[in-house]
Write a protein that binds this ligand. Structure first.
Ligand SMILES: *Cc1c(COP(=O)(O)O)cnc(C)c1O
Length: 355
């Protein structure tokens, strides 16, 4: 046993629980981590193979070509884009760049389970603001939680794990209410899946407000979860600070070339996203017809607020061959995957239906 103490803040920190994995050789669908069910495109696999022959070298530290391609794809300056080892890492770098020890970070809860960990690691203090029973963020309450110690507000839209997207008028009110020296981080990990016409436009908010930072990822819609590429969009001075806080060479050469190939294949990849959105609608429709109350989802997952039944539901679902993600005592998050997986899940849901 080592006697070296860990930081006191770690004592009551909940660990990040990864979605259950399919055991080797088992027949099961993995709907527990919001992954893209489609395998990589041949052009992406070819880019990975090309990159493999250079792995004796360090990658381009600032992922120059990828950064320029991302910037061009969202019409911002390359100086405003900071890539990193998944957007979870980029969030950590954002917090490290702006938080002094003891500063407050206002966050919705329940939301992405990486938030409390990243906040604590940055030496800051998380201030949770409850998400509504309808799974929607309470933006007036987030704004009202700001104190002189608040450095950052996290806005997860669509919210993981509940599903709804923040609306444009709600975000506009929050941005009008919050002091200009408080950073508003809009986590858009699922932005490509949003179809709600009222949803907020993060890039428009970024263009209008100098205290907005966007977080995006190649893990979900682009199907590169295994390669760890995400990025922040920030004003150049903030972006430089985030770069300063970043792990050197945090995005591998393999990941950089795969992300570049994915941007080149964006049409094909967004066709897949459209199919996932259609499957999401089917999953939501059937669950509701079975008698379930399910929040709107603008992401690639749906949320069942099962309370203390959550773990039991996840176990039943696993026995039926579908792994979902329980949040004990709260609810179950079900990723939208293969239609066959939806069918199996819906059978389990029908058997447990409140009706
Ligand atoms: C999946 C997810 C991310 C992205 O994670 P990566 O580190 O880029 O794989 C970020 N935010 C939320 C809310 C997510 O669900």
């Amino acid at each position: 046993m080592s006697r070296v103490p860990l930081r006191r803040a770690f004592a009551d920190l909940p660990p990040y629980v990864p979605g259950a994995r399919v055991p080797v050789g088992a027949a099961a669908y993995k709907l527990s981590s919001n992954e893209n069910p489609y395998p990589p495109l041949p052009s992406v696999v070819a880019a990975v193979a090309d990159a493999a022959v250079d792995i004796n070298r360090y990658p381009d530290m600032y992922a120059t070509e990828l950064t320029e391609a991302i910037a061009a794809s969202i019409l911002v300056a390359p100086e405003s884009v900071v890539t990193g080892c998944g957007s979870v890492a980029v969030l950590g770098h954002v917090l490290q760049a702006v938080c002094e020890s003891g500063d407050e970070v206002v966050m919705p809860w329940r939301s992405f389970e990486a938030y409390p960990i990243a906040i604590t690691l940055a030496g800051a203090v998380g201030v949770p603001v409850p998400v509504g029973a309808d799974g929607r963020l309470d933006l007036p309450a987030l704004a009202a939680a700001v104190t002189p110690r608040t450095r950052v507000i996290l806005v997860c839209t669509p919210n993981n794990p509940t599903g709804p997207a923040v609306h444009a008028d709600e975000l506009a009110e929050l941005l009008a209410a919050v002091p200009k020296d408080v950073l508003v981080v809009i986590d858009e990990a699922y932005v490509e899946f949003v179809r709600d016409p009222l949803a907020a436009d993060g890039l428009a908010a970024f263009a209008e407000h100098s205290n907005v930072v966007l977080l995006r990822t190649f893990s979900k819609a682009y199907g590169l979860a295994g390669l760890r590429v995400g990025y922040a969009v920030a004003r150049p001075r903030l972006a430089a600070g985030i770069r300063m806080a970043s792990t050197p060479f945090g995005v591998s050469h393999v990941a950089q070339l795969a992300a570049l190939a994915s941007l080149r294949a964006v049409r094909e990849l967004m066709t897949r996203v459209d199919k996932i959105v259609v499957e999401r609608a089917r999953l939501l429709d059937v669950l509701r017809s079975q008698g379930w109350t399910v929040p709107d989802s603008q992401a690639n997952f749906v949320w069942l607020a099962l309370g203390d039944q959550s773990s039991a539901f996840a176990e039943r679902s696993a026995r039926a061959g579908v792994l979902v993600r329980p949040f004990a005592g709260d609810g179950v998050r079900i990723s939208v995957g293969e239609p066959e997986a939806t069918d199996l899940l819906l059978e389990v849901a029908a058997d447990s239906s409140p009706r």
